[in-house]
Ligand binder design. Structure first.
Ligand SMILES: [Zn+2]
Length: 144
């Protein structure tokens, strides 16, 4: 496991995290690319238009903003105090849709992975998350 993260790679990730406008899907895309994974992005044919599709591993990856996708137990997903009902309904619908997409994808035999915004918020968190992501992709795991 240790050698999957070369020194160069580490500094690449540091760099991409530091760029304030770097979106989580860009960070993830660079990472997957650097690890030699082949993928397509935003496949309209699949439920939820997954951010990443890795056909060889029958895996899709969603990168989710914590607020809009209602990340459980996450500070970044706290709803505004005003218009509470509006937000609860809106985010609730997003979560339902995410869940539906996941179910459909899994029924069709896809492994569904999610990278949350907060997991990439700084370089050391991101490093851990992205290494783990590779494990998740490679894990044949027929146990769920
Ligand atoms: Zn979060």
């Amino acid at each position: 496991m240790a050698d999957i993260f070369s020194k160069d790679k580490r500094s690449d990730i540091m760099k991409s995290i530091k760029g304030k406008n770097t979106k989580i899907e860009n960070i993830t895309a660079e990472w997957l690319h650097s690890q030699g994974f082949e993928f397509t992005m935003y496949d309209k044919e699949l439920p939820g238009k997954p951010d990443f599709v890795l056909p060889k591993y029958k895996t899709v990856i969603f990168t989710h903003g914590c607020f809009w996708h209602g990340h459980e137990n996450c500070k970044a997903s706290e709803l505004p105090a005003t218009n509470r009902e509006f937000w609860e309904e809106k985010i609730g619908k997003n979560k339902e849709r995410d869940e539906r997409n996941r179910t459909e994808l899994e029924k069709a035999g896809w492994k569904v992975l999610t990278v949350w915004q907060c997991e990439l918020r700084n370089a050391s968190e991101a490093e851990k998350r992205l290494i783990y992501l590779v494990n998740e992709i490679l894990d044949p795991g027929d146990d769920d």
